[in-house]
Design a protein around this ligand. Structure first.
Ligand SMILES: Nc1ncnc2c1ncn2[C@@H]1O[C@H](COP(=O)(O)OP(=O)(O)O)[C@@H](O)[C@H]1O
Ligand SMILES: [Mg+2]
Length: 602
């Protein structure tokens, strides 16, 4: 940041001090790289338009003097000059405005894009912990503010530099007049500075309050069904209005500060005007030592100087606000190492076929282990079932295998390579999780399935949907595959969502598939078909299955039994029914009737 030291900060104005004082703002410099030429041109235009503007008061004072002294020819000359100046100024201003909007838009989009990229690369736990408001505000408001800060500061500094030469002109007209003027300006700067400092504290609070509101709103929309269904309207409205009221109070306090001080400043300006007139009347006129044109020029132009001086105090405002916004961007952009998804560099030399857990230990929270040393091996082709009470750690095993979370002890391996050492591409090309409650994007059915493989042809999508037993139902929808399903699949049933998710996984077609209660919402007929499909897939791929209804375990090549984060048994369904009382119990409890059992046996 090359800008001038903000008003009132004493003694710490060197460049290094500046970077230290506003390190976050300085760190955003990297976004300016591609735009340096345009930024330089903008600064030249700004200086030009400022300089041209400065010529107004001179030309207009000459016009008035020539008019009053009857020099009409001269007057017209100056009028023509004034017209030319205005035209030039308009051109420079227009170009500067255009350029400025082009640059700040580009910066804003760059920053937002980088934030989005970075957010996606954050670990699940980091995202869940912070909540959506945290990200939404930063992606939108703070990146807009940060992208404008640099340009606003630079433009202001240039304008100030150009216009402060006018003070030198006043001094040339009369040194004492310049002193009167400067004394008044000092008071204005002081008041403005005071205002700005008060505002900053308020701004910080206001941003935090805004985040809470955004979070509440985003929850309100995502959870609308629960809110309606559970009669939670009052609770959620209270939460939202609590946050809203807090913001309202903060805004009210801000307006009060603004009102009080801006009236004070208006008064000071009027007082300066009065002092100037007194000075002219009682000092300059009796001495007879003044040039009317000069006085008129001062009088004509002082409004601009006031405005600029007000913004001089605002420079601190810009710096500190910019720094605040930049800091909030950096909360995401420079998220600590442990909050970012980490992948390795390794590729899989051959298609993924073998999974091994070696004494894997993991807990979401310190001191609360969920997996307490899990070891098993599985090799394609196979369908492997995972059973255990709710909370026993089945889904967590899948989360380690997808590197959503990393083991704190032991390892999870694919083809003998640690999952955490695989590149992102290698891992995502090897394993696909199929979730119980999949997210459906606010897009067409076609795009929702194709999300898993953007290069897939329509035909491939149809084939995947057919296998997932959802094709016919899609064709019956309003616009077939072109039907837009509401946000998070608001307009499709739970069973349809699950089959869309299965279609996605089939389209992705990785060698390892992890079905995590992915069939829980299916009706019997569809469940049977999908179970057939899982077993079929297990003849070619490595398929892991967690299922609420355990009938499918009978047909798995092997079943792994978990209890409290440990594997307590493993074998075929038949073996486990003999050897594991725990498994027998689970199987009975899952309510599988003998009839169903026979049907599954067929
Ligand atoms: N993101 C998370 N943060 C904290 N605890 C979690 C998280 N996810 C799961 N847990 C806890 O870990 C335990 C095991 O969860 P999970 O592996 O999902 O069990 P299962 O799939 O066998 O029902 C549960 O007690 C659950 O509450
Ligand atoms: Mg689970």
């Amino acid at each position: 940041m090359q800008a001038k030291r903000p008003a009132g900060s004493s003694g710490r104005g060197d460049k290094e001090g500046k970077a230290k004082k506003y390190p976050n703002l300085a760190s955003l410099n990297k976004f300016h790289k591609g735009h340096r030429g345009k930024i330089a041109l903008l600064m030249v235009l700004t200086a030009l338009s400022g300089g041209l503007f400065l010529a107004y008061p001179f030309a207009s004072s000459r016009i008035i003097i020539n008019l009053t002294s009857g020099n009409f020819g001269e007057m017209l000359n100056f009028a023509a000059v004034l017209l030319g100046l205005i035209a030039l100024n308009a051109v420079a201003d227009y170009a500067a405005g255009y350029l400025s909007s082009v640059i700040s838009k580009a910066l804003f989009f760059d920053m937002r894009k980088t934030l989005v990229d970075k957010t996606i690369s954050l670990s699940l736990s980091a995202v869940y912990e912070k909540g959506s408001g945290f990200f939404l505000e930063r992606m939108n408001e703070d990146s807009r503010e940060a992208s404008n800060a640099f340009l606003s500061i630079s433009k202001l500094v240039i304008k100030l530099a150009v216009n402060l030469t006018f003070i030198a002109y006043i001094a040339a007209v009369n040194a004492y007049l310049a002193l009167v003027f400067l004394a008044g300006l000092t008071v204005i700067v002081f008041l403005e500075y005071f205002r700005v400092s008060r505002m900053l504290a308020n701004m910080k609070k206001s941003k935090r309050a805004m985040e809470k509101i955004k979070s509440a709103e985003s929850e309100l929309l995502k959870g609308i069904k629960e809110i309606k269904g559970l009669g939670g309207r009052e609770a959620i409205v209270a939460k939202h209005s609590g946050a809203s009221d807090a913001l309202l109070n903060i805004r009210k306090a801000r307006e009060k500060i603004e009102r009080n001080l801006s009236h004070g400043i208006t008064l000071i300006k009027a007082a300066i005007d009065f002092a100037i007139l007194l000075f002219v009347a009682f000092v300059l006129v009796p001495q007879g030592e003044y040039e009317l044109a000069g006085i008129l020029a001062v009088w004509n132009y002082k409004g601009n100087i006031y405005e600029l001086v007000s913004s001089l105090a605002g420079i601190k405002d810009l710096f500190v606000n910019g720094e605040l916004a930049a800091k909030r961007l950096n909360d995401i952009l420079s998220a600590p190492e442990n909050e970012v998804d980490r992948f390795g560099e390794l590729q899989l030399p051959s298609a993924a076929a073998a999974v091994e857990f070696r004494d894997a230990v993991f807990g979401y929270l310190p001191g609360q282990p969920i997996l307490k040393g899990v070891s098993f091996e599985a090799r394609a082709p196979a369908a492997v079932g995972f059973v255990g009470r709710s909370g026993s750690g089945k889904s967590t095993i899948f989360s380690l295998l997808t590197n959503f979370y990393r083991p704190q002890g032991g390892r999870a391996l694919i083809n003998g390579i640690d999952v955490t050492e695989l590149s992102e591409g290698a891992l995502r090309g090897a394993v696909t999780p199929v979730l119980q409650d999949p997210y459906i994007f606010n897009d067409t059915v076609l795009n929702n399935i194709r999300f898993a493989k953007p290069s897939a042809s329509d035909g491939e999508v149809f084939a995947a949907a057919r296998k997932a037993c959802i094709h016919d139902e899609i064709l019956e929808m309003k616009d077939g595959y072109g039907t837009v399903i509401g946000e998070n699949g608001a307009t499709v049933s739970g069973g349809q969502k699950q089959r869309l998710e299965i279609a996605r996984a089939l389209l992705k077609d990785t060698p390892i598939l992890l079905f995590d209660e992915a069939t829980s919402a299916l009706d019997k007929a569809n469940l049977n078909k999908i179970n057939d499909l899982l077993i079929e897939l297990g003849k070619e791929k490595l398929v892991f299955v967690i299922a609420h209804r355990l009938a499918v375990m009978r047909r798995c090549d092997r079943v792994v039994v978990l209890d409290d984060g440990k594997i307590i048994a493993s074998g075929t369904h038949g073996e486990l029914m003999q050897s594991s009382a725990y498994y027998q119990e689970l199987f009975k409890k899952s309510g599988e009737t003998p009839t169903e059992t026979r049907r599954e046996e067929r």
